[in-house]
Design a protein around this ligand. Structure first.
Ligand code: KG4
Ligand code: ZN
Length: 335
């Protein structure tokens, strides 16, 4: 058995995790989120500096949590992209140094494959065929997955404009709710009425792209509604709940449409936005109605973390994949 150390530094979270044969042994996370709040979004240079400070202490903390020493590590996996260039470089350089010093193989991994692999830590190996909905700050994609490491993943659809998480973050700003917007809107919506405002359900009309997403029009609809002045008695919480309902409606509708079209009976929802309580609840309700099994990682494994990178590294090791060449670069944009 090989213990894989996973390192994640693609955005504002410094994550380190240890996985062996599909089992999470322990992990640790350090976030620079608080340093970005006053800018209303992640500042790449600040994130990169924070990774430099946090990386070694986070490795140490994760080792402690997993009750391991560095000598136990048999392979290193690191997010090579997509993500913020300066932030990725910190993790990639550190991972190369650890792999060289420990004389173990090194795997450059795709951040989104890591998000999908996070679910296997909780629910075991993925079934032979499933639809994966990835919803994060930078991506909104439907994928047909037969094997996370061996068979090419079939890309079913993407967003034409904003990612779902981006829409949450921008709408939160419009509503005067703190960054990051997803958790703020989720919290505010709990005391709001999701039927208060009938926001559009983008790309759900007849003749529209059956599986594609678009959230920029919805974001603009919320901004216009706020500019015009909400109707009497409509609160910020009501607007947050109504916006969230629209996103949850569209995401779950399209994800189940993809399951039907691909004749797949398992839906996996991953990425930061999968932490949203309404999306989780509506997805469960609609999957139950459709006879589809829903798999969503626990909340703490939905947002960026090191455990998910160790998880995809572990799958690569188990599949006998060749390690990455020593000179592999960080790749801020990869398909
Ligand atoms: O996967 P992630 O941690 O980082 C990226 O790879 O992008 O996703 C971050 C995104 C942010 O846009 C954040 O607002 C959103 O996930 N998010 C949520 C929730 N928690 C995080 N969106 C909706 N509801 C949440 N509870
Ligand atoms: Zn992510």
């Amino acid at each position: 058995m090989t213990i894989v150390m996973g390192i994640e530094t693609s955005c504002d979270e410094t994550g380190v995790g240890f996985v062996e044969n599909g089992k999470l042994l322990g992990d640790a996370l350090s976030s620079s989120m608080a340093e970005h709040v006053r800018f209303g979004g992640v500042v790449p240079e600040i994130a990169a500096r924070a990774h430099v400070s946090a990386l070694v202490p986070t490795v140490r903390q994760a080792l402690n949590n997993a009750d391991l020493s560095l000598a136990d590590v048999g392979a290193v996996a690191v997010t090579a992209g997509p993500g913020l260039a300066t932030a990725l470089h910190v993790g990639v350089a550190a991972a190369k140094a650890y792999a060289l010093a420990l004389d173990v193989p090194l795997y450059a991994v795709h951040h989104l494959a890591g998000h999908a692999a996070a679910d296997t830590l909780e629910h075991g190996p993925l079934p032979p065929r499933c639809v994966v909905l990835i919803v994060s700050g930078g991506h909104t994609s439907l994928l047909l997955v037969e094997d996370l490491v061996r068979i090419p993943i079939v890309h079913l659809s993407d967003t034409l404009d904003d990612a779902a998480g981006e829409a949450f973050d921008k709408v939160a700003r419009v509503l005067g709710l703190p960054y990051p917007g997803g958790p703020s809107i989720d919290r505010a919506a709990r005391s709001g009425d999701p039927a208060a405002v009938a926001f559009p359900r983008p790309l759900t009309g007849p003749g529209d792209d059956a599986l594609g997403f678009s959230f920029s029009g919805l974001k603009t609809a919320v901004a216009r509604y706020v500019e015009r002045g909400p109707a009497a008695g409509v609160s910020v919480e009501d607007i947050a709940a109504s916006f969230q309902e629209s996103v949850a409606d569209v995401l779950t509708l399209k994800a189940l449409r993809a399951c039907r079209a691909m004749e797949v009976d398992t839906l996996v929802i991953v990425g930061g936005v999968a932490a949203n309580s309404r999306i989780r609840a509506l997805a469960q309700q609609r999957c139950d109605e459709a006879g589809v099994e829903l798999r969503v990682p626990p909340m703490r494994l939905c947002t960026d973390n090191g455990a998910m990178i160790a998880a995809i590294g572990d799958l690569l090791v188990q599949a006998g994949a060749a390690p990455s060449p020593e000179r592999f670069p960080a790749t801020p944009t990869i398909p």
